[in-house]
Design a protein around this ligand. Structure first.
Ligand code: ZN
Length: 136
């Protein structure tokens, strides 16, 4: 994702996204490993997580942290520490469902495309991935 967009999330939730952390513990130093179209999904996810995380931190004492955010097989993966609780995991699952209906490049309605690689894209961007190396 573009650095400006990543920065907005990191500045808003600095404790959750440890972009300067040890790579052996958190992958966030590599950034958000997906395209810009999912920014809104992430932003809404984090806003909704705020009260759930506060509750979880109160009951478990485990400071919430996001360890990796990436695209895999056309969907958004959002890995957190502490295994979360049911409410947190459910909300993360909703964001993943949303990503399968949202073009990863532009955020318009999209669907899963299974070609040489699997991506969720709108009609306009379905051709845009050709020749690009998506899977890493
Ligand atoms: Zn698109």
């Amino acid at each position: 994702m573009r650095k400006e967009l990543e920065q907005r999330l990191v500045e808003r939730w600095p404790k959750w996204f440890n972009v300067n952390g040890d790579i052996r513990y958190t992958a966030m130093a590599r950034g958000f490993e997906h395209d810009d179209g999912w920014f809104d999904i992430l932003w809404r996810l984090c806003e909704d997580l705020e009260p759930l995380v506060a509750e979880s931190e109160r009951t478990t004492g485990c400071p919430f942290e996001v360890l990796q955010v990436k695209e895999k097989f056309g969907g958004l993966r959002f890995y957190v520490n502490c295994r979360g609780n049911d409410a947190i995991n459910q909300r993360i699952g909703m964001a993943a469902d949303e990503s399968f209906r949202t073009c990863e490049i532009c955020g318009q309605p999209g669907k899963l495309r299974e070609g040489r690689c699997i991506k969720t894209l709108c009609d306009e961007h379905v051709g845009a991935t050709r020749g690009r190396h998506w899977l890493s």
